[in-house]
Design a protein around this ligand. Structure first.
Ligand code: C2E
Ligand code: CA
Ligand code: CA
Length: 561
């Protein structure tokens, strides 16, 4: 075992001898000076001052109980109450047997009776006490989290196992507490303040889940695990933490994932994986702070994990297929197929077709979307080129962009390269950017969109009406078309048959001088109403579902003949 060398000064450990009798001090110094550096104090107060000054380097204190100014027992009590000092072992020097017991009870490590025994006995007792204290320090350094003093995860799991042994029938919950948007706290408050916050959160939790029936640890940065008797409601605890951590209640929000009444046949780690899955489920939820695990969550999680694991292979094996949904220009007498939207599908060898709703949000969350989208964009561009060649006509295709991609400084280059590699023009590749992408950090997004537009790309604002961009902002936005959010249309036709909102959006588009695209159009009624309202382009099941390339090509051929 490696031993801490903090307490070594010039290679020797420091010992303090506190005894009011000169002869005793000299005798002990004589015995010890070969192996230790000996400090000496002749009364209790002087001893205390020396200990305070040398608390980081002292390895042991030899303490006479009968001393002027501050008695040995008084000093001992003072030392044990001081967190800087309490771990320095104290050996009591006494001739009184009753005091031996008392001092051991007050925290002394050992005692040496007076008159003194053989020097070797004294030395042996001293080195043993030092060794024990240093070992304990090493153990507690790995057992306890330095910042909060709670268990570290490794020890936590062991204690939980032990707890189960002693309480085999207890109905227990595994709970995972996380701080919402923890990474932002570091940015906002700085590390020191955040450390303070974490300490008070730990104190709060330790106050609620006492060691008599619960086990508690800090798992990672802002993740605390608790193993405690089952309770039905954790929302009160969340409230208590917010109000208990004075001064930060409005800024610090915690969430709890609960694996209730755990199955003790599962190993301890798996129980807390379940609690963590439940906590992660409400990671971005601003109104729900407690989430309870159930098996479907685990299935979803495993499914997501499978998709992520298999992504590289799937991409390499071209399991992703780009479908094309026709868009029809309805401004003339008869609808004309004018362009298409590229929508990706995953043809999984075992699971069959997986729709983008199952993997796009997942890949947006972990960054894989960039690789997938680049593939979709390139496939779309290749198809545009191929169709131009085959049909002698240009059919623009719009591709979807995810929010995170808007921050990629290489984005414009990526598109430029795709366009030049495939031999199409920037005018033929339309880019759908969802309205909500514009809402946050709008200036950065607006800059990026402007850049794309300057290169000739046609920008469609997708899902318009869902992101609540202000009218003020819209007039400033660099866009070439508005694409009405599908829900918007659904509401208008299904609920109140009130199309006024659609008219307003069409007015906005007119004001901006851009066409309006309605997607999700399923019925003739909707189509006719939208046409009447002045909508320019229609996409939806009424005309066609998204189609595999070959079927889309057949439709193209038909429309050109
Ligand atoms: P989105 O961009 O809003 O695409 C429109 C969605 O509506 C598509 O769903 C389309 O199949 C569906 N749709 C079209 N017409 C109708 C209709 O008449 N009725 C109904 N009920 N639905 C209709 P899909 O293909 O499942 O895609 C879902 C979302 O996934 C897309 O929403 C888009 O946000 C995303 N997505 C799809 N492919 C890609 C991609 O290659 N890259 C990225 N970044 N996102 C994609
Ligand atoms: Ca879209
Ligand atoms: Ca859309």
């Amino acid at each position: 075992m490696t031993r801490s060398t903090d307490n070594l000064v010039d290679g020797k450990r420091h010992i303090l001898v506190a005894d009011d009798e000169f002869i005793n001090r000299e005798m002990l110094e004589n015995i010890l000076c070969d192996e230790y550096d000996v400090l000496k104090a002749e009364d209790g107060e002087m001893a205390y001052d020396l200990i305070k000054q040398n608390c980081n380097t002292l390895s042991l204190i030899l303490l006479d109980l009968m001393m002027p100014k501050l008695s040995g027992l008084e000093l001992l009590a003072k030392l044990k109450g001081d967190p800087d000092i309490k771990n320095i072992p104290v050996i009591v020097l006494t001739s009184d047997q009753a005091s031996e017991v008392e001092s051991l009870r007050k925290g002394a490590a050992d005692f040496i009776p007076k008159p003194y025994p053989e020097p070797d006995v004294i030395k042996a007792r001293i080195s043993r006490s030092i060794e024990l204290a240093e070992d304990r320090q090493i153990i507690s350094a790995t057992e306890r989290d330095e910042l909060t003093g709670l268990f570290t995860s490794e020890y936590f799991y062991r204690y939980v196992e032990q707890f189960d042994k002693f309480h085999p029938t207890a109905d227990m919950d595994a709970v995972c507490f996380d701080v919402n948007h923890f990474h932002i706290l570091n940015e906002r408050f700085g590390m020191t303040k955040v450390a303070e916050i974490l300490r008070s959160l730990a104190d709060c939790l330790a106050g609620i889940f006492t060691f008599t029936d619960s086990v508690l640890c800090r798992m990672a940065d802002d993740t605390f695990l608790v193993y405690c008797p089952h309770r039905d409601d954790y929302s009160r605890i969340i409230e208590k933490i917010s109000s208990g951590c004075e001064g930060m209640s409005t800024m610090i929000k915690m969430r709890a994932g609960v694996y209730a009444s755990c199955d003790k046949k599962l190993d301890v780690q798996s129980r807390f994986v379940r609690a963590k899955i439940a906590a992660d489920k409400i990671r971005n939820n601003y109104s729900v702070f407690v989430s309870t695990f159930d098996e479907t969550l685990l299935k979803e999680e495993l499914f997501s994990e499978q998709l992520v694991d298999e992504f590289p292979k799937a991409l390499a094996e071209k399991q992703f297929k780009v479908f094309f949904q026709p868009k029809y220009d309805i401004t003339g007498d008869t609808p004309v197929l004018s362009s298409a939207e590229a929508l990706v599908r995953w043809f999984h060898p075992e699971l069959g077709m997986i729709s983008p709703g199952a993997f796009i949000p997942l890949f947006e969350g972990n960054g894989l979307i960039a690789q997938l989208d680049e593939y979709v964009w390139r496939r779309s561009a290749e198809k545009i080129a191929e169709w131009k060649e085959r049909f002698g006509r240009s059919i623009p295709v719009s591709v979807n962009l995810s929010r995170a991609e808007m921050y990629d400084p290489e984005l414009v280059n990526t598109f430029e390269k795709i366009v030049s590699d495939t031999g199409i023009t920037t005018k033929e590749l339309y880019l759908e950017i969802t309205e909500s992408a514009y809402v946050r950090d709008s200036s950065q997004i607006v800059d990026r969109v402007s850049q794309l537009r300057e290169h000739g790309f046609f920008i469609e604002m997708d899902d318009f009406g869902s992101g609540y961009s202000s009218l003020n902002m819209i007039s400033e936005l660099p866009i070439d078309a508005l694409k009405l959010d599908m829900k918007f249309i659904r509401n208008a036709f299904e609920k109140h048959k009130d199309t006024r909102m659609i008219s307003i959006v069409i007015d906005i588009a007119e004001y901006l001088g851009v066409p309006v695209i309605a997607e999700g159009v399923e019925t003739e009624e909707q189509y006719l109403a939208l046409k009447k309202l002045g909508c320019n382009i229609i996409q939806g099941y009424y005309f066609s579902k998204p189609l595999p390339a070959e079927e889309f090509e057949a439709k193209l051929q038909e429309s050109f003949s």
